[in-house]
Design a protein around this ligand. Structure first.
Ligand SMILES: Nc1ncnc2c1ncn2[C@@H]1O[C@H](COP(=O)(O)OP(=O)(O)OP(=O)(O)O)[C@@H](O)[C@H]1O
Length: 942
């Protein structure tokens, strides 16, 4: 804050601070009764906005008081001062200058705070007319919350900004986060108008919120008592805002949505359940409250249920699709894929990546569009360079709708229409004999629907590079409006007009040194030296030259015509400004009338950017078009990990080694070397640490995500029978905040996978069971593989260090062993990163430890210990698992009595007894007998 800012601020604070010297009330809600009028006003407004930091406008500053000041000064690292007293205690205060409000607002919103912006609703001069002590009228004009911002400075250009309402109608006996509970979600991005509505099972809530990347999540305040619910929501990372349960009202939701869309009936937009309408109602109500009644721009809501690849929260985290565990953006799939050139394109790419499809026809349609651009390289390059100059139309429109837009938003509409026209003509000119793919046709149709006259009007009205703020004017092109030009000439020609006056006065008075000058206090005035002042102070000139001020060396005068001209100049400038405001309003209204067509064009531009980005990526990285069908195939040949491959290329390391992965071939040939497992749906992957197992596992999951979102994939060829659910449990993590150890997290996630996966799912599991005692871990891993094979029947990759598991492949024909190839050279292990058929013969753990730099003595001693352990170990080795006689899951369905065991002797005797036939004496004898039997059994067991 500059010194100047501080001085200005002190002036305002002294004149209008809510001082409370005489207030003696207490209580959290700070009593208003005894406060001074200005403090009473502050306290009333604060009481109406208890959950927000109150920005209280005082002149050129937004001031914060009491706890708000303490919180904000800490969050913004600004000075905390004190001003006046309340209940005998000094009032903490801090403030931000109005001209830097956006910057500070952004910092608070980023940290998850809500801000109530309270403005002065009248000029202080107006207030003074009501009496010396009258308080300037103020009220909150807007609540700024993370999910309801529209300003460019407050938004991330590349990310959606969803406000999501979560509604649960579930009766109390069922936990909100149970699999049986249904939750309705309504998500609205008021910065673009995007609206998505759907429902999820309670157990899928976190995954869904992560997919939506919800920035602010509103829930009924009563739900905050449900700890599991709160954890599930908080885990997703959005800011949680409780609101009254009454806001979740389906009737109000239906009514408000109709109003927003301007329709009388919603059936044209799909069927919404009562719960979904309640969630819609809450979102619209909250927006209404935060925007103080200004109506948001709302696109017709899209239903999100169905036709989507399900990826739960743990799998999303493990695959690092959008967020990386390390927080590094560059190591995510999104970063590896993002070649978009516009913010809207980047948002659309993220949305598609978070939500791949499951309808093969819809996926193929997207791939057709990408393929078209891959095949038309010139068109692709021209489109990308055209799109590069596209402004963010999707975000400019709602700002204009809210009355918060500036001249640059008008220019954004103008420029976006220009880009839309160029892009359409580029695509249409390229049209092949067989025509455009459906998705590109749809893009072109939406781009051409924008009213042409609007583009012309904006083009002729606006200067090329308009200023940011509407209030200062200067954005209308000269020549557009005759009145405006005349007013501007008068305003700008003031120098010339005054020079003419000056020349005339010199001639009239004969004073050559007479000057017409200007300052902020006197306005325009005539200045002569003391020596020359005399004739002007006496008649006849004194009639015309009225004395204004005498200085040490100069005397100042005014004339009636000087005052008139000054008035005309001031009114010309005001008139010019007013005319510009009228032109702005007119243009904004015309844009508002075309908002639906413009919104559709904005979405089409974003989609086009995504298709072009994916085509560019495919060509740059040598990706291929996958085949997605309804089969059960999973045949990736020559697959690569998209993120690791790019990282290796960047660091100049040797190229990534490609690998095949064939889980269920659906009739095609097995790859060379894998002929021995013709029907394997599950691959057991063994190999030393660092050999590339996790990379291999993940790359196949990522290829699936990429293919189903409609992208080319890093492989020589790929055929994927569409996957309905993708589960990935790769890499250990603990969740100590939730009181779960690494092993516990692993078991919870494995349980979720085994309970939810279907035959059509893809399951990626890495080293299940390693976090516990060897035999326990092995047994869990063993049973998990059997269950996946016999019950779930999903396509799966299972990496393990338990070599004993490889024996399963011989007994179950749905399982094949593969291993990461390594070779030894001078007692050092060399990783070849190649997947080959067969099982690893040993684990090489000690060699890897040596590579990691473990002290020589430790490595040598470990070798000795290993040697002895191996000699002493009588654990079943590969080939003789000793488990051949155990029933497999294929033979035992869950209800087959897994817990049954032979009854004990005590139980047998109890079952044979008939209590009604026993006399008291024989009953006592039986008890002695039973006790003795139990003792004997105990001894035999030990
Ligand atoms: N196909 C490949 N081509 C080239 N380099 C690879 C390949 N696969 C893996 N790598 C490199 O090897 C490193 C180790 O791979 P990864 O983490 O997948 O091994 P791992 O077998 O899962 O190890 P651990 O069992 O210790 O978790 C990776 O960081 C990568 O740089």
């Amino acid at each position: 804050m500059s010194k100047h800012d501080v001085q200005r601020r002190n002036r305002h604070v002294e004149s209008d601070a809510p001082s409370t010297e005489k207030s003696a009330n207490s209580g959290a809600g700070r009593a208003v009764a005894d406060a001074t009028p200005s403090m009473a006003q502050y306290l009333e407004i604060k009481a109406a906005n208890p959950n927000s930091l109150l920005w209280y406008r005082m002149g050129d500053f937004y001031e914060l008081f009491f706890e708000d000041a303490v919180v904000a000064s800490e969050a913004l690292s600004i000075v905390l001062t004190k001003r006046g007293k309340h209940q005998g205690q000094e009032i903490p205060m801090c403030g931000v200058p109005v001209h830097r409000a956006d910057e500070y607002l952004q910092r608070l919103i980023k940290q998850g705070y809500r801000v109530a912006v309270c403005e002065q609703l009248e000029d202080p001069a107006e207030a003074r007319k009501r009496g010396a002590k009258a308080v300037v009228k103020r009220d909150v004009v807007r609540l700024v919350t993370p999910g309801t911002v529209t300003e460019e400075a407050l938004l991330d250009a590349k990310a959606r900004n969803y406000l999501t309402a979560v509604y649960c109608e579930t009766p109390h006996e069922i936990g909100t986060t149970d699999a049986d509970a249904r939750l309705a979600l309504a998500s609205l991005d008021i910065s673009t108008g995007e609206f998505e509505v759907g429902d999820v099972a309670g157990s899928d809530l976190t995954g869904e919120l992560i997919r939506l990347a919800a920035r602010e999540i509103i829930v009924a305040d009563g739900l905050l008592g449900d700890q599991n619910f709160v954890r599930a929501v908080e885990y997703a990372g959005g800011k949680v805002t409780p609101i009254p349960a009454a806001y979740f009202n389906s009737a109000a939701g239906s009514r408000d949505l109709k109003t927003c869309l301007g329709v009388a009936d919603l059936s044209g937009f799909g069927a919404f359940s009562t719960s979904e309408l309640a969630a819609i109602g809450a979102v619209l109500k909250y927006v209404d409250l935060t925007q103080m009644g200004r109506k948001p721009l709302v696109n017709p809501p899209r239903k999100t249920a169905g036709a989507r690849l399900f990826i739960d929260a743990a799998s999303r985290a493990s695959l690092e699709l959008i967020r990386a565990a390390s927080g590094e953006k560059s190591s995510t799939l999104l970063a590896a894929m993002d070649r978009t050139v516009t913010g809207a394109g980047a948002r659309e790419l993220q949305a598609r990546l978070s939500s791949p499809l499951t309808d093969p026809a819809a996926i193929e349609a997207r791939l057709d569009a990408v393929a078209y651009l891959v095949d038309n390289r010139r068109l692709l390059d021209e489109l990308r360079s055209t799109l590069r100059s596209a402004p963010d139309l999707a975000r400019a429109l709602p700002r204009l709708g809210f009355g918060r837009g500036g001249p640059r938003d008008l220019a954004a509409v103008r420029d976006a229409i220009g880009v839309a026209r160029r892009a359409t003509s580029l695509i249409e000119m390229s049209a092949q004999p067989l025509g455009l793919p459906a998705e590109l046709k749809s893009v072109c149709e939406r781009l051409t629907q924008v009213p042409g006259d609007l583009a012309e009007a904006l083009g002729s009205a606006l200067v090329d590079d308009p200023p940011l703020l509407r209030r200062d004017g200067g954005f209308v092109r000269p020549g557009f409006n005759g009145d405006l030009d005349a007013a501007r000439t008068l305003r700008d020609d003031s120098r010339k007009v005054m020079a003419k006056h000056e020349a005339r006065y010199i001639e009239e008075t004969g004073i050559k040194t007479l000057r017409v000058r200007h300052n902020n206090i006197l306005g325009f005035f005539i200045e002569v030296t003391q020596l020359n002042a005399k004739p002007l102070l006496s008649p006849p000139l004194s009639d015309r030259f009225r004395h204004r001020q005498t200085m040490a060396n100069a005397v100042r005068f005014a004339t009636a015509e000087l005052l008139d001209t000054e008035g005309m100049i001031a009114s010309a400038s005001e008139r010019a400004l007013n005319l510009e405001q009228e032109i702005f309003t007119d243009l904004a209204e015309r844009i508002g009338a075309a908002a639906a067509a413009l919104g559709a064009a904005a979405a089409a531009l974003a989609e086009l950017d995504v298709f072009a980005a994916l085509a560019h990526l495919a060509l740059e990285q040598g990706y291929t078009r996958p085949v997605i069908d309804a089969s059960m195939a999973f045949e990736i040949r020559g697959g690569r990990h998209p993120v690791v491959q790019q990282a290796l290329a960047r660091s100049g390391a040797p190229a990534f080694i490609e690998n095949d992965c064939i889980l269920g071939k659906d009739g095609s040939e097995a790859p060379a070397g894998f002929e021995n497992a013709p029907d394997a749906r599950i691959w057991l992957v063994t190999g030393p640490n660092m050999a590339g197992k996790s990379t291999f596992l993940r790359q196949n999951a990522l290829i699936t995500v990429m293919a189903q979102m409609g992208s080319y994939v890093p492989a020589r060829s790929a055929r994927i029978g569409v996957v309905d659910r993708l589960f990935s449990r790769v890499g250990a993590s603990d969740d100590l905040a939730r009181g779960r150890s690494t092993f516990m997290v692993e078991m919870v996630e494995t349980a979720a996978i085994l309970n939810q996966a279907s035959e059509r799912s893809l399951v990626i599991l890495d080293e299940i069971g390693r976090g516990t005692a060897t035999f326990d871990g092995l047994s869990i891993a063993w049973a998990t593989v059997e269950y996946l094979h016999g019950v779930t029947k999903a396509r799966a990759l299972f990496a393990t260090h338990y070599h004993e598991l490889t024996a399963l492949a011989r007994r179950l024909n749905g399982i094949a062993n593969v291993t990461m190839d390594v070779t030894e050279w001078h007692d050092t292990i060399v990783f070849l990163h190649k997947v080959k058929a067969g099982a690893a013969d040993r684990s090489y753990g000690i060699q890897v430890a040596k590579l990691a730099g473990l002290p020589h003595a430790v490595v040598a001693r470990a070798r000795e210990v290993l040697d002895r352990l191996e000699k002493a170990d009588r654990r079943p080795r590969t080939g003789d698992d000793g488990l051949g006689d155990l029933p497999l899951f294929s033979a035992m369905r869950p209800k087959s009595g897994l817990n049954e065991r032979a009854p004990s002797a005590v139980e047998k005797m109890l079952r044979a007894m008939h209590p009604d036939d026993l006399s008291p004496k024989s009953a006592l004898e039986k008890i002695y007998e039973l006790k003795a039997l139990a003792e004997t059994e105990k001894k035999t067991q030990s």
